[in-house]
Design a protein around this ligand. Structure first.
Ligand SMILES: [Ca+2]
Ligand SMILES: [Ca+2]
Length: 208
């Protein structure tokens, strides 16, 4: 159903010019607060804000817009399902919209966070129903969404396994106590002790 979404969101130069002003006028105290809360400098935050406002002049991203923007990066596959999960992970206040603050907080972790912070964030992404555990269905849904998104051109990176094989292998390594779910501790421990899992996650990180 998301195939019908229009991809024509390329910003015009005119919009760009208008934004110079809004960047200068944007609540500087807000940026200072964010500078303290993230791993970005004020200057970097200003650049990010400019890009954010460029794509989303309203200052808030809803899921539809997020999918449109994100799908542009994966023209050969269907990124809509993965974008849905990502949107929920970015939407930290769970109010079905991503504000600039939500966006940079997530970006700060993904680009400049510690390994543990990144793994924690990834765990939350995989924990679709937010009950604190990753079950096999959730991991299958995520892995399938990634396969869909990659499409046939980048598929070779994942060609050796089917989604089910991928999930079974993940689970075997991660579910230490064999109770059928992966906790945050199990997730972090497995990733830290097994380079292969890390490498796989690295692959997943690249698509965030
Ligand atoms: Ca869960
Ligand atoms: Ca377990």
């Amino acid at each position: 159903m998301f195939r019908s979404v229009s991809m024509e969101t390329t910003p015009s130069d005119k919009v760009d010019d208008d934004l110079e002003l809004s960047v200068v006028c944007h609540r500087p105290e807000g940026l200072e607060k964010l500078e303290a809360q993230t791993n970005f400098s004020k200057k970097e935050l200003q650049v990010l804000y400019r890009g954010f406002k460029n794509e989303c002049p309203s200052g808030v991203v809803n899921e539809e817009t997020f999918k449109q923007i994100y799908s542009q990066f994966f023209p050969h596959g269907d990124a809509s399902t993965y974008a849905h999960y990502l949107f929920n992970a970015f939407d930290s206040s769970h109010n079905e919209s991503i504000k600039f603050e939500d966006f940079v907080m997530a970006l700060s972790i993904l680009l400049r966070g510690t390994t543990t912070e990144k793994l924690q964030w990834t765990f939350n992404l995989y924990d679709i129903n937010r009950d604190g555990y990753i079950n096999k269905e959730e991991m299958t849904d995520i892995v399938k969404a990634i396969y869909d998104m990659m499409g046939r051109f980048t598929y070779p990176a994942l060609r050796t396994d089917t989604p089910k094989q991928h999930v079974d292998a993940f689970f075997q390594k991660m579910d230490k106590n064999r109770d059928g779910v992966v906790t945050l501790d199990e997730f972090i421990l497995s990733c830290q002790e097994d380079e292969n899992i890390m490498r796989s996650l690295q692959l997943f990180e690249n698509v965030i």
